[in-house]
Design a protein around this ligand. Structure first.
Ligand SMILES: Cc1cc2nc3c(=O)[nH]c(=O)nc-3n(C[C@H](O)[C@H](O)[C@H](O)COP(=O)(O)OP(=O)(O)OC[C@H]3O[C@@H](n4cnc5c(N)ncnc54)[C@H](O)[C@@H]3O)c2cc1C
Length: 406
């Protein structure tokens, strides 16, 4: 892998020999790495992958902490998908360890299953309902809504006010810094309620963790002679140094356009990692705290990774306004602001925007892989129909410029 050192020589050499890269890819997370892999291995293209952090993998990066426990520095990442294609694609770079995530929520002095299921309701209310009776119970407590607009509407119309207050209101206020009544219905509507005893957090067909971790998977993905990886480098430092034909940008879309319409709001998280001198800290991977403490949840990594170790490491998540951009804030005015950036992005002929930050949408890992594979297909078709020239000092070209030049 190329580190930043020595790049000056590479740049001079590339210019002197008239060589360059077919693709400049910004960001070595799932979006950038999948595209680098596909373009290099699938099409024989030369790719420069530039990452401003000191490692590959984006937010899915994992590493061993000082005690030797495998942790996720940017919060717990659990892989799950319903797509056989996406699972098979990633299986080229890793073996898997079957893992079904389980979450307990600490509510009214008890740790109960989340998503809400039959056991959750029976234990909280001291009842002994059957699945059929739970359906009737939920119908009796649900608040009828003509229109479900907000997250509050989405929850109270399904499970009623009391369960909403116990599980959703406090958690959402901590997580987003906003009341559920101020957030789009989409935020909470994807959280299911089950009338059976299924206590898995996800119901997807494929639920597994890379057997040696995400970083090893990314290393296998990027191990190709046509891929050069440059860490610790903002793409702006190199974008005009080396010739390239097409840019794939997976960073924040507002930053790309120098925040010309204003900053897109994100919610961030401060991760507090701890290593404890005990085998196990909690009974399941994650415990949520909807109503108590400033943190939202605690995750113990060994449940996720299956690692055997005398010690254990946990992470506490403290949501906050400032910090790395993690969660796009789903409010109509933010969607409208993003649309303005999206319209600008669509004008650019030789830049493709892919991934969570570049499209200002919260995506799970599998969705980003899917988005990147779709982008690859479009790029390969586009290349065949209109081969791109090598650009030297015009890093970004608008569609109108291209049309004018034609
Ligand atoms: C706390 C948390 C928990 C999550 N848990 C899960 C989970 O359990 N399961 C799941 O499926 N998904 C989970 N996700 C979502 C998952 O992290 C994303 O789907 C995935 O990381 C998105 O990949 P990406 O490549 O789009 O973005 P990223 O992983 O953010 O990668 C973008 C990369 O671009 C780099 N970059 C940005 N600007 C520049 C620049 N100017 N120059 C160079 N490099 C730049 C960044 O440093 C970053 O490494 C979670 C997300 C968060 C925040």
């Amino acid at each position: 892998m190329n580190q930043r050192e020595g790049f000056g020589n590479a740049a001079a050499l590339a210019r002197a020999t008239g060589q360059g890269f077919d693709y400049l890819i910004v960001g070595a997370g799932f979006a950038g790495s999948v595209l680098a892999e596909r373009l290099a291995r699938g099409m024989g293209r030369k790719v420069l992958l530039v990452e401003k952090r000191s490692h590959i993998g984006g937010n899915a990066h994992d590493r061993h902490d000082d005690a030797g426990v495998l942790i996720h520095p940017y919060g717990p990442h659990i892989f799950h998908t319903n797509s056989a294609d996406i699972f098979e694609y990633l299986s080229r770079f890793t073996q898997w360890r079957p893992y079904q995530h389980r979450v307990l929520a600490q509510v009214d002095g008890q740790a109960v299953p989340l998503p809400i299921n039959l056991d959750t309701v029976n234990r909280l209310y001291g009842m002994n309902l059957t699945s059929f009776e739970m359906e009737k119970f939920l119908e009796s407590v649900a608040e009828k809504k003509d229109r479900v607009l907000t997250s509050e509407d989405a929850v109270v119309s399904k499970v009623g006010r009391d369960l909403y207050n116990k599980f959703f209101r406090g958690y959402t206020r901590k997580h987003w810094g906003l009341d559920p009544s101020e957030l789009d219905a989409s935020v909470t509507s994807r959280i299911p309620t089950r009338t059976n005893r299924d206590d898995r957090y996800f119901a997807d067909t494929y639920q597994a963790m890379p057997v040696h971790g995400y970083t090893r998977m990314f290393e296998a993905m990027l191990a190709h002679p046509n891929i050069k990886v440059m860490l610790n480098t903002d793409y702006q430092e190199v974008v005009e140094l080396l010739p390239w034909k097409h840019m794939i940008y997976t960073g924040p879309v507002d930053a790309f356009f120098n925040y010309k319409y204003g900053k897109l709001p994100y919610r961030s998280v401060r991760f507090e990692h701890k290593t404890l001198g005990q085998q196990q800290f909690q009974p399941v991977g994650t415990v949520n705290f909807p109503n108590d403490y400033a943190y939202t949840r605690v995750t113990e990594f060994k449940h996720l990774t299956g690692q055997s170790h005398a010690a254990t490491s946990v992470v506490y998540e403290y949501p906050c306004a400032e910090g790395d951009p993690y969660y796009p804030v789903p409010r109509p005015e933010n969607a409208a602001l993003y649309k303005r950036y999206e319209a600008e992005a669509e004008q650019l002929d030789n830049v493709t925007f892919v991934g969570r930050l570049a499209t200002y949408k919260y995506y799970n890992m599998d969705q980003v892989v899917g988005q990147a594979l779709t982008a690859f297909k479009a790029l390969s078709e586009h290349e065949v129909s209109s081969p791109a020239p090598l650009s030297e000092h015009i890093p970004v070209r608008s569609r109108s410029e291209v049309a004018g030049a034609a």
